[in-house]
Design a protein around this ligand. Structure first.
Ligand SMILES: [Zn+2]
Length: 498
């Protein structure tokens, strides 16, 4: 046999953004052994990919997979079924720790897809300063933090991640934290300080990190949150493009949805929790001395969403038909209640999810189309099908191919593939995958561009996509004929091996 796996008659996209061409791909001993006209070759497994695309396995630039590792669910398949063969975990400031042990756990227990990690700022801060971390650090403490970043890089991290847990952490702390990773050619990925009212200042801050630490930076889940901020996108692009023109290495990622998914906390203003805690009951929000102030806060909250019809509710686990798929505006009308009462009733009910439809679809299209933006799901592994989740967990990548390439032509197919593979490999420094090339690791996906389709919905998220029959991880089948294989072929990736 010439190959372990031979994919015949496919349209081959190499992940660089180049157009596809007809060809065959031969895989042997975990590597891409040959690409081209392999009609006379033999293989243990042959795939007739006539009419289908073969391309590099997708790299998910932004996931929260780190939180599953060590918690007993590492083998979930909601990401690999999208064609994702490598995830970057450790994001929005959190990661596993220590990095070396965290990665060893992945190697020992295996995963469906490969795993690269960034070292988390909150995680390191908590390790060093414990519960007392919500305070300003002094310069000697910056040194301690930097020591841990160096250790993380030595143990295989691809860089660092920051998420502004306390929001007032000064920029100097971010610079100090990033610096040692930059010196070792690591990346800095940040959930930036504001995605709404102070979006432009937050973009300015991450660009300063790129400049100050002289390193590659990734703006995590780039968005303009809330209608009042939708018109800031031109300025955001301007700032990033100007920085790139100056030689800074800045990129961003985004998922393919315009709503976020959270709890019923989205239906009451933050101050309400304080009052409830002080006075004992949700009903105390109606006390005469606070009700006017709270009502005003509720109005401001809904105004920031663009109105009470932008917040949609569903049950988290046990079905609650009275709220399922209904907006705050609908509930207020049906219950004959004001919006404060709606929030109080939902809080008392408990187990309620809220879907906030606060992002602009036009901006999403423009963000996805921007040459500096790649795809990141912002998802984690999904162990519990009984709990509602964000559809991005199952649909982010196929949705790019179905909605934004095939239906709306926001992206061409080679552009989309590049944004899901080669772009991230280059920016994150993953040197042995992310492209289809002879001698590279065989992380490969085969999909049908005419039928690939995300199926996950906000009220029914646990749905696998269609049209992705083969996903190959490290030269072995993770998905074969549209079915999961039982093994876990993914492994930990270490920057120190690149
Ligand atoms: Zn985030």
């Amino acid at each position: 046999m010439d190959f372990d796996i031979l994919i015949r008659h496919a349209t081959v996209f190499d992940g660089t953004g180049a157009d596809g061409y007809l060809g065959d791909v031969g895989i042997k001993a975990g590597l891409i052994a040959a690409i081209g006209d392999l009609r006379d070759a033999t293989a243990a497994h042959e795939i007739d990919a006539t009419g289908m695309v073969v391309c590099p396995g997708f790299i998910d630039a932004h996931t929260h997979v780190h939180s599953s590792i060590g918690r007993g669910f590492m083998h979930e398949d909601n990401l690999v079924r999208q064609g994702i063969t490598t995830v970057v975990g450790g994001n929005c400031g959190s990661s596993g720790w220590p990095i070396g042990e965290h990665l060893d756990t992945v190697d020992r227990l295996g995963m469906k897809q490969n795993y690269a990690v960034l070292a988390g700022h909150h995680t390191i801060r908590r390790e060093l300063f414990g519960a007392d971390q919500a305070r300003f650090l002094d310069p000697s403490e910056y040194k301690l933090m930097q020591g841990q970043v160096e250790r993380a890089m030595d143990e295989g991290a691809f860089g660092v991640t920051l998420g502004y847990a306390t929001r007032w952490e000064p920029s100097d702390e971010a610079f100090a934290f990033a610096e040692p990773a930059g010196k070792r050619d690591g990346i800095y990925a940040s959930h930036i300080r504001s995605e709404a009212a102070h979006l432009l200042e937050a973009i300015g801050e991450i660009l300063e990190v790129a400049q100050h630490a002289d390193m590659r930076v990734q703006i995590s889940h780039l968005k303009t949150l809330g209608p009042a901020n939708w018109d800031k996108l031109d300025a955001v692009f301007c700032m990033i493009e100007e920085a790139v023109d100056r030689g800074l290495q800045v990129k961003a990622d985004r998922y393919t949805y315009t709503a976020s998914h959270g709890g019923s906390t989205n239906a009451v203003p933050r101050i309400a929790y304080q009052i409830k805690q002080e006075r004992g009951s949700w009903d105390n929000l109606r006390d005469p001395d606070v009700v006017d102030m709270i009502t005003e806060e509720v109005d401001k909250l809904y105004e920031s969403y663009g109105g009470p019809e932008k917040l949609l509710f569903c049950s988290m686990r046990e079905p609650r038909p009275e709220i399922e798929g209904k907006t705050a505006a609908q509930l207020a009308a049906e219950w004959g209640a004001d919006l404060l009462d709606v929030g109080i009733r939902l809080e008392k009910m408990g187990g309620v999810s809220a879907i906030k439809m606060v992002m602009s679809e036009d901006n999403l299209r423009r963000i996805l189309a921007h040459p500096l933006v790649g795809i990141g799901s912002d998802a984690g592994l999904q162990p519990d099908r009984g709990v509602q989740t964000h559809p991005r967990s199952y649909g982010t990548f196929p949705r790019v191919l179905a909605k934004y390439v095939r239906e709306e032509r926001v992206l061409t197919l080679p552009e989309a593939i590049y944004k899901m593979s080669g772009q991230h490999a280059e920016h994150f420094g993953i040197t042995d995958r992310g492209l289809l090339g002879e001698g590279l690791v065989a992380d490969v996906v085969v999909f049908d561009p005419w039928t690939v389709q995300d199926r996950a919905e906000f009220l029914d998220a646990h749905q696998y996509p269609d049209g992705i029959p083969y996903v190959i991880v490290n030269g072995k089948f993770a998905v074969k004929n549209g079915q999961m294989t039982p093994e876990n072929h993914g492994r930990a990736l270490r920057k120190t091996d690149m």
